[in-house]
Design a protein around this ligand. Structure first.
Ligand SMILES: Nc1ncnc2c1ncn2[C@@H]1O[C@H](COP(=O)(O)OP(=O)(O)O)[C@@H](O)[C@H]1O
Ligand SMILES: [Mg+2]
Length: 336
């Protein structure tokens, strides 16, 4: 299928989400646009503080107000702008069409109810079935996410599950709603590396069995993106810096920031943990962003105009977007 034939499930247009902090405005998300197609796994990657979680919470309309607000933009889901919906309508969307897996499962699981109760309630809210049917479906879901003896484990409370099992239970809950879009915000960072890989694999497997949800996978780890995503957006300083098919991004990263992220990935010959903080310099505070390119201060090829003028996100080759004055599409800037 060609790119243009694919259906757009989610369209973000110039989204701006601001926080009022001590009388000043922090532009956490500052003009973000991207599309997620039906059936696609879309990665959103960037260092801590770049605005990934604020983007996902904006889509869910869960930005705490005050201090936050969605200043402007559009979030179109199946063509409808979510920003036009009432809170009641939005709650329905969250229950049925878009569900979210958080980094810390305890924020999604209620400690005073059993896992089974929470799963059944979600299932019954979604499809008006009997208690017994919901129980069967809940058992099936726990089984699908690899929890042994699922019918008995349904009677457990969240604290009786290990961290990895809670993550699995949360995936079961999120996918039992058969959502069109699943948002997973750093779903595995709290887990050890082997379990991380298992959980991601599981998420993709369960998604196939439950109706092919599109996934917005948020992570600071490019290695995770390589293994799971179809396309990826690289975010820095509240802005999208590059959008690309994953293969092309790894083959020829265009933006100097993306090149930096890639060069800080561990190589097979070195026993090093995946870290992104090997790019020299620190993420500028969103309270004092430079007027020009947000990455200029850390960029090895920056010119004086980069500090002054913000580059546009330009389509460099079909489907590849990059926000850099110095990238012309003929192989990108210099490699690190
Ligand atoms: N409730 C809040 N109040 C004030 N600032 C916030 C709030 N939530 C997020 N921010 C700011 O928005 C920026 C982006 O945060 P976030 O989206 O959580 O980053 P990421 O998920 O990429 O690590 C950060 O500078 C953060 O301090
Ligand atoms: Mg985050």
């Amino acid at each position: 299928m060609s790119r243009d034939d694919r259906q757009k499930l989610l369209e973000l247009r110039d989204l701006r989400t601001y926080f009022d902090v001590e009388g000043r405005t922090a532009k956490a998300v500052d003009g973000v646009s991207f599309d997620i197609y039906t059936n696609e796994v879309f990665g959103l990657v960037g260092e801590s503080g770049s605005g990934k979680s604020v983007t996902s919470l904006s889509i869910m309309r869960l930005i705490p107000n005050p201090p936050g607000r969605i200043e402007s933009g559009e979030i179109r889901f199946r063509g409808q702008n979510l920003l036009d919906l009432s809170f009641a309508e939005m709650r329905k969307i969250r229950g049925n069409d878009i569900s979210m897996i958080f980094q810390e499962p305890m924020t999604a699981l209620n400690p005073v109810f059993t896992i089974g109760y929470q799963l059944r309630e979600g299932i019954r809210y979604h499809s008006k079935c009997s208690k017994a049917e919901a129980e069967d479906r809940a058992t099936e879901m726990l089984d699908l996410v690899g929890i042994p003896d699922p019918r008995r484990r349904l009677k457990d409370y969240p604290h009786q599950f290990s961290g990895g099992m809670r993550q699995r239970a949360m995936i079961a809950m999120a996918l039992s709603m058969e959502p069109g879009l699943l948002i997973a915000d750093e779903p595995t960072t709290a887990l050890d590396v082997t379990i991380q890989a298992q959980i991601l694999e599981l998420m993709l497997k369960v998604r196939e069995k439950t109706g092919d949800a599109s996934i917005l996978l948020i992570t600071h780890d490019l290695a995770v993106v390589a293994e799971t995503c179809d396309r990826v957006a690289v975010m820095y300083g509240g802005k999208i810096q590059e959008i690309s098919e994953v293969k092309a991004l790894f083959k020829t990263p265009l933006h100097p920031y993306t090149q930096g992220l890639l060069s800080s990935l561990p190589r097979p010959d070195k026993q090093k943990k995946t870290r992104l903080d090997t790019i020299p310099g620190i993420v500028p505070s969103i309270m004092s962003m430079p007027p020009g390119c947000k990455f200029a201060a850390r960029c090895p090829i920056a010119e004086p105009r980069c500090e002054r003028d913000e580059p546009e996100l330009r389509e460099i080759t079909p489907g590849r977007f990059c926000r850099c004055h110095l990238v012309d599409g003929k192989g990108g800037g210099r490699a690190w």
